[in-house]
Design a protein around this ligand. Structure first.
Ligand SMILES: Cc1cc2nc3c(=O)[nH]c(=O)nc-3n(C[C@H](O)[C@H](O)[C@H](O)COP(=O)(O)OP(=O)(O)OC[C@H]3O[C@@H](n4cnc5c(N)ncnc54)[C@H](O)[C@@H]3O)c2cc1C
Length: 414
């Protein structure tokens, strides 16, 4: 089987790259071993929230302060600026819309009631403008009875630090009680399926209005809108009190929605998306990757002019570690990682963990390196890249999206 480009990994980065290439007329295939980090997404995409441990207000201006090995430094500040400007239109074409823009970070409320800087927040979530205050005096936190993945007491504790007076209550409907009989069914994605039914959603309206009558805001777990933001838009239009959704413990309903929409959009553009197959190895001819093999396809080699590695970090098995080394498991590409195992982690859990910035080594054009040499048709995008710390810098989605768009442009211009 021969394609223009094969993308390894079907998360945010792989699919962004695949969609961009398909729109440029390429015949693409995405092979993905499993689900992606989007299933853990907060509902916001980060660009650059912290640099050298300090809060960043204007992410585009802070790019210059990053180390030269950071993916944003490889792209260059001008390129980052032009790519970020294209991101909202890119996603809105698929029906994914956001609050926020790249000129200034806003803040998202964490599942613990804290505030974190971010770039784009899905439009059914609530952006917060400043780091030190919330726009409400009284909040009614409303949970589904028996839903243990939404930590109302922690949220109240967090919000009260900002001077917000909180009340906590729970509601049940016959539909939610039905899945409560089996504790393992009481997950956010199953609740979201229930609230896809308009009749059920409408039953929530008087409950929200009643519990929120003395509050400025009703806070609900993010269990609405598995396939689109329609159910949340409807609920907001029917209730008399403003609603704010907060992320619950994964699976993340907004993340599943983004994954579903971008995957279906890629298919709609004619792309081939194979879920549940693992790329196992590749055949090289000098500095060119000729073909790859997968676990399910066995002896059938998949060929393409170009390949993109977007297989994620340790979390998605794009990187792996043995006792003595960190490695890239498909091609054994060069990685940037400390050789000495004792340097991988900081014993202070809350410090920046060195292993978080390990990843595949590339040249300035994001070609993977093998034995010190660039592979001229194998590009790297997303969280498998080295040189950044998505947790300490709050830059995960930004790196994933921008490097994917950049690599797609490089391939298309070849
Ligand atoms: C738990 C968690 C939560 C996060 N939340 C946020 C957030 O809220 N906001 C934010 O900005 N960033 C967040 N991030 C950062 C995150 O890394 C990026 O936002 C982004 O989603 C990563 O996308 P990716 O495509 O690079 O990698 P991934 O999403 O990890 O996708 C990699 C894909 O490659 C596949 N794969 C791996 N190996 C193979 C193989 N051999 N063959 C075929 N397929 C393979 C995997 O199955 C997976 O589908 C989070 C990260 C994690 C780990």
């Amino acid at each position: 089987m021969k394609f223009d480009t094969i993308i390894i990994g079907g998360g945010l980065s792989g699919l962004t790259c695949a969609i961009s290439l398909s729109k440029k007329g390429q015949k693409c295939a995405v092979i993905s071993a499993g689900q992606s980090a989007l299933h853990f997404c907060s509902g916001s995409f980060d660009l650059l929230g912290y640099s050298n441990g300090s809060l960043v207000n204007e992410p585009l201006k802070a790019i210059a302060s990053l180390p030269e090995t950071h993916p944003y430094s490889l792209l260059g500040a001008d390129r980052v600026a032009s790519l970020t400007a294209s991101v909202k239109p890119f996603f809105s074409e698929m029906g994914i819309t956001f609050h926020g823009d790249e000129s200034r970070n806003h803040f998202r409320i964490t599942p613990m009631g804290g505030l974190k800087p971010t770039w784009l927040t899905l439009s059914d979530f609530t952006p917060i403008e400043t780091a030190d205050s919330l726009p409400w005096k009284k909040a009614a936190i409303l949970n589904v009875s028996g839903f243990l993945d939404f930590h109302t007491a922690f949220i109240a504790d967090g919000l009260e630090k900002f001077g917000v007076e909180c009340s906590i209550s729970a509601f049940s409907l016959p539909e939610t009680d039905r899945i409560r009989k089996n504790p393992s069914e009481m997950r956010s994605s199953n609740l979201a399926r229930i609230f896809e039914e308009e009749e059920t959603l409408r039953k929530l309206v008087p409950i929200v209005n009643e519990r929120g009558k003395d509050a400025d805001i009703v806070i609900l777990p993010s269990v609405f809108g598995l396939f689109s933001s329609r159910s949340m838009e409807l609920l907001k239009s029917l209730t008399s009190v403003p609603i704010c959704l907060l992320p619950a413990i994964p699976p993340s309903v907004p993340g599943i929605r983004v994954q579903y929409i971008i995957r279906e959009y890629f298919r709609h553009l004619g792309g081939i998306y194979t879920l549940g197959d693992t790329v196992a190895s590749g055949k090289f001819n000098g500095d060119v990757l000729k073909s790859i093999s997968t676990v399910n396809q066995g002896d059938i080699e998949l060929k393409a002019d170009n390949f993109v590695l977007a297989s994620g970090s340790f979390f998605s098995h794009g990187l792996a570690a043995q006792y003595k080394c960190v490695y890239e498991p498909i091609f054994n590409l060069d990685v940037v990682a400390d050789a000495d195992r004792s340097s991988w982690c900081d014993s202070n859990f809350f410090e920046s963990q060195p292993y978080m910035s390990y990843g595949v080594a590339t040249d300035a054009d994001f070609h993977a390196k093998l034995g010190g040499k660039s592979i001229r048709n194998l590009y790297v995008a997303g969280s498998v890249l080295s040189g950044f710390n998505p947790v300490k810098e709050s830059c995960g989605a930004g790196v994933s999206i921008l490097t994917a768009l950049h690599v797609a442009d490089l391939i298309a211009k070849k």
